[in-house]
Design a protein around this ligand. Structure first.
Ligand code: PLP
Length: 388
């Protein structure tokens, strides 16, 4: 099987598994316990936090461990907007882009529905880019937060995060970025990016599902969503997932060390793959940005097919990928991300996303490209046999 669905999830790296194992077995203490077992767990958690902080170039106290990217996004969007509104009741708006992951989009909609916020949605161009001037124009004195993703999970477009964050900073508005897909592929230095908050997920970079991180800068207040014993400096109560945090920190350190080389290597393979598909399949349309895209994502529409049928055909041929984002899979409505790019709904239904792990090889992608040509040909033949 050739696995080209790494944007959905990745296998746990052996090093991460080995690093976490002691905290699932012999060193099983609760980090809040005042005995040696608890202290060992607390030390492991502190080590994991320091490891993440080193990669993000922030202080350990600015790192909150969460149950994943979804929780980190919820905590950022709801937690920061609500804390700011508590401090200043005039703050009433949040800005997001039109192509956010549902974890951000639905958090903003919750603020609208339950807390009366107004959500300003920034449009994107045909390649999925947010405009820096567009952000400047939409910011107002009553804006509480901006949340714009670093890299998109369906089309791979990478936003100009540092320029966007600089605009928000000029207006005195905190800037959050969802870096779930960027992690492992793009630099995550929060100072260089100039962001106030950044979310990450462990299972996209070789740590287990159920592990995540939210960075929040300095004294930026975050209203907690989960109340209880006050763990994670009161930002996220609940006994910490020590093993998950250790695995995430290990996987993140490895991915960051490998990142420059792997990003260059996989970008080259991605470009070859895209060229092969474009040359081999009549009418294939690449979605997302030509240049500013994740090394790991190649996404297409294949007019005259349905994405789901191509997916099934590809699986028969031994290639696993996605017809859109995993979270939207199974629904009949076209992807809101593709619709936001201006792609017609009937074309959006033909979308297929290939996303690569850092260990993908050229020969796997050659085989996959052959399989894609075969699969699209078969589906098109079934749709209109006379044409074949
Ligand atoms: N944000 C983006 C951009 C994602 O791609 C995903 C998952 O696909 C998430 C957030 C949610 O992360 P998690 O699966 O860890 O909840």
């Amino acid at each position: 099987m050739i696995f080209l669905d790494a944007a959905a999830t990745t296998p746990v790296r052996r090093e991460a598994l080995e690093a976490m194992w002691p905290y699932l077995s012999g060193e099983f203490g609760n980090p809040s316990s005042h005995h040696t077992l608890g202290e060992a767990a607390a030390a492991a958690l502190a080590g994991a936090r320091a490891g993440v902080a080193k990669i993000l170039n922030c202080r350990a106290g600015e790192v909150t461990f969460t149950s994943g990217g979804t929780e980190a996004d919820n905590l950022a969007v709801k937690g920061i907007a609500l804390a700011r509104r508590l401090a200043d009741p005039s703050l009433n708006r949040v800005v997001i882009s039109a192509i956010e992951h549902p974890a951000v989009e639905e958090s903003a909609r919750y603020l609208e529905r339950v807390h009366g916020f107004i959500v300003d949605v920034l449009p994107v161009d045909g390649e999925g880019m947010v405009s820096v001037e567009g952000l400047s124009a939409v910011l107002r004195p009553d804006t509480a937060l901006v949340s714009i993703m670093y890299a998109n999970n369906e089309i791979g477009t990478v936003q100009p995060v540092s320029a966007l964050a600089a605009v928000a900073r000029k207006h005195g508005v905190p800037f959050h970025t969802d870096a779930v897909q960027a992690a492992g592929w793009l630099p995550l230095d929060v100072k260089a990016l100039g962001v106030d908050a950044l979310s990450m997920s462990g299972h996209k970079i070789g740590a287990p599902k159920g592990s995540g991180v939210l960075f929040t800068k300095g004294r930026l207040r975050v209203e907690p969503l989960v109340h209880g014993g006050g763990q994670e400096r009161g930002r996220r109560s609940g006994t910490e997932n020590v093993a998950g945090a250790v695995a995430l920190s290990t996987a993140l350190s490895l991915a960051s060390a490998e990142q420059p080389e792997q990003a260059a290597r996989v970008s080259g393979l991605r470009d070859q793959f895209i060229e092969r598909i474009r040359a081999g399949i009549a009418g294939a349309v690449v979605t997302g940005h030509r240049l500013q895209r994740l090394p790991s994502v190649a996404s297409f529409c294949f007019p005259g097919t349905s994405g789901e049928s191509v997916l099934l055909e590809l699986e028969r041929l031994g290639v696993v990928c996605s017809s859109g984002s995993a979270c939207a899979a199974g629904s009949d409505t076209p992807s809101p991300v593709l619709v936001a790019l201006g792609i017609a709904p009937e074309t959006a239904q033909t979308a297929v996303r290939f996303s690569f792990t850092s260990t993908v090889t050229g020969s796997e992608l050659d085989q996959a490209a052959d399989a894609v040509e075969t699969a699209v040909g078969r589906v098109r033949n079934l749709a209109s046999p006379q044409a074949g």
